[in-house]
Design a protein around this ligand. Sequence first.
Ligand SMILES: Nc1ncnc2c1ncn2[C@@H]1O[C@H](COP(=O)(O)OP(=O)(O)OP(=O)(O)O)[C@@H](O)[C@H]1O
Ligand SMILES: [Mg+2]
Length: 352
Amino acid sequence: MAEVDLRGVSKGYKDTTAVDDLSLHIKDREFVALLGPSGCGKTTTLRMLAGFIRPDSGQILIDGRDVTDVPPERRPTAMVFQSYALWPHMTVADNIAFGLRLRRLPKSEVDDRTARMLEVVGLPGVMRRYPSQLSGGQQQRVALARALVLGPKILLLDEPLSNLDAKLRVRMRDEIRRIQQELQITTVYVTHDQEEALTMADRIAVMNKGILQQVGDALDIYDRPATAFVADFIGSSNLLSGTLRLGGTSAVAQVGEARVPVEADGLPDGAAVTVSARPEDMEVLRAPAPDAFRLEDPRLVNFGAYKRLLGRHPAFGQLEARVPKAFALGKEPVYLRFTRARAFTSDEGDRS
Ligand SMILES: Nc1ncnc2c1ncn2[C@@H]1O[C@H](COP(=O)(O)OP(=O)(O)OP(=O)(O)O)[C@@H](O)[C@H]1O
Ligand SMILES: [Mg+2]
């Protein structure tokens, strides 16, 4: 059993607020990804969970116990660093056994647990090698085994795959998830890679500028983004700035001279809004139609499985739509229509 509670946790440095009033509950055995752009406070959050950094304010609870002032070695956490940080002068076996020996466990138990961990991470047979004699992916597995061998209740991973090539990243992604399921260990996984977060995690916590934007599963985050930042950061979106105009049952955003029908849950008439529409939520037409507008300077970019249609509109600026791979442009004009657009207040994500 290992659940984690971050309660109003903040951490500032001289001129930045790295983490701003963050509250997050992580359930027993849950795999949560902390996702956000560089500098948004992911590593700072993870280090506070591990106990390497003390929050300026707020509390951290593990299984209901306040550990805010408990040092790292006395927390039930283990952290895997982006750089692996293996000891180069020790063999694989010694790297993994190091922590067990510090705890003065009997030799037979140290050997058993080391061998078992190498099996769990899929690395039997390299015990006697040195880290320099391993591939990046193998070193990553050793770092994981070294963290797991002490039997932590909570595994903390900081961008563990960022040094690996694209193919290996995808394989290790599945591996880490398999190991997490096998050991049933509560896991917090830091990444700036949305695909990693979406494919691995039970829930994703999206951060921007130290502020938690939204917590939810892959579908929530993609389909029901809570802020314009999330809509833009996850997948891609056409973003427009406008003013909300509420009618009886309709809501539109006035964008310059043009209007876009929007979903605008609970926002007041006249609000300054950011409108977000996914490329797949743009309908492409060959003839004028109600609510459709002409796309200027249309051009196509090929993505293999599909194409993107790019172009401009005088009020909306640059736009893109997703089209089938067989789609072609001729001399005739093309028209676009928003089939689903969402309005968000423009000032979200900046509390200060
Ligand atoms: N020791 C420090 N001293 C001063 N500022 C720091 C320190 N550590 C982090 N920061 C600042 O705090 C903010 C959050 O940093 P953090 O390392 O948590 O970001 P991150 O989300 O992990 O980014 P990345 O994806 O680049 O690793 C950044 O603006 C960073 O410059
Ligand atoms: Mg970081």
